[in-house]
Design a protein around this ligand. Structure first.
Ligand code: HEM
Length: 164
C-alpha cells in the first residue's frame, strides 16, 4: 500500500462509527423511554450494550476524524465546490464527534454513581445521533455526488454496457 492509498482508510472506519453510535442512541432511547417493553434482565443487558456501543463508537470516531483529515488534505479529485462541501462535512463531523466525546466521558465517569439515564443526557444523545446522520449524509454526498476520492471509470471505445 502506498501513501496515496491512505485516504481510502476513512470509509473503513466511518461505518463502525455510524453503526455503533446510532445503535447506542436507539438503545438508550428504548431502555429509558419504553422500559416496560423488556424484562428486567434484558433491560440491564441492553443498557450495558448501549454504553459499550457509545464507548467503542467514540473510539472509532477518533480514527474516523484522523483519517478524515488525512483524506481532506490528500484527495486529488476535487474542485472549488467539492472543497466547500468537504469543509461542511468536516464541520458537522467535528461537532458530532465533540458531542459524542463529551457524552462518552460523561457516561463513563458517572457509571458508578447513577443508574437512571437523565432526560438531559437522552436529549443530547438524540441530537448527537441527528448530527451524526447529517455528517454521514454529507460524507456520502461528497463521494457519490461530487466524486471526491473517486477514480474515474475507464472510458471504453466500444458500445456502452446497458443491461442494468
Ligand atoms: C465522525 C466522523 C466522520 C464520519 C462519521 C464521516 C463519514 C463519512 C462518510 C460516510 C463518507 C463517505 C464514505 C464512502 O461512502 O466512501 C465520508 C467521506 C469523506 N470524509 Fe468523512 N466522516 C467523518 C469525519 C471526517 C473529517 C473530520 C473529515 C475532514 C477533515 C472528513 C473528510 C472526508 C472526505 C475528504 C471524504 C471523501 C473521501 C473519502 O471517502 O475518503 N471526514 N465521511
Amino acid at each position: 500500500m502506498s501513501f496515496s492509498d491512505l485516504p481510502s482508510l476513512h470509509p473503513i472506519f466511518v461505518h463502525f462509527v455510524i453503526g455503533l453510535l446510532i445503535l447506542s442512541v436507539i438503545l438508550h432511547l428504548l431502555v429509558r423511554l419504553l422500559p416496560k417493553m423488556f424484562q428486567i434482565k434484558v433491560r440491564e443487558e441492553l443498557s450495558i450494550m448501549a454504553k459499550w456501543c457509545l464507548w467503542f463508537g467514540v473510539g472509532f470516531a477518533v480514527l474516523a476524524v484522523a483519517t478524515g483529515f488525512l483524506a481532506y488534505y490528500t484527495v486529488s479529485s476535487h474542485n472549488a465546490l467539492s472543497h466547500h462541501k468537504m469543509g461542511w462535512h468536516r464541520n458537522w463531523a467535528l461537532f458530532s464527534f465533540g458531542l459524542f466525546l463529551i457524552l462518552g466521558i460523561w457516561s463513563f465517569v458517572r457509571i458508578q454513581k447513577i443508574r437512571k439515564i437523565s432526560y438531559f443526557f437522552l436529549v443530547a444523545i438524540f441530537l448527537g445521533g441527528i448530527a451524526l446522520a447529517e455528517t454521514a449524509r454529507r460524507g456520502g454526498e461528497l463521494v457519490y455526488e461530487y466524486g471526491v476520492g473517486v477514480e474515474a471509470c475507464p472510458v471504453e471505445d466500444g458500445p456502452l454496457h446497458d443491461h442494468h
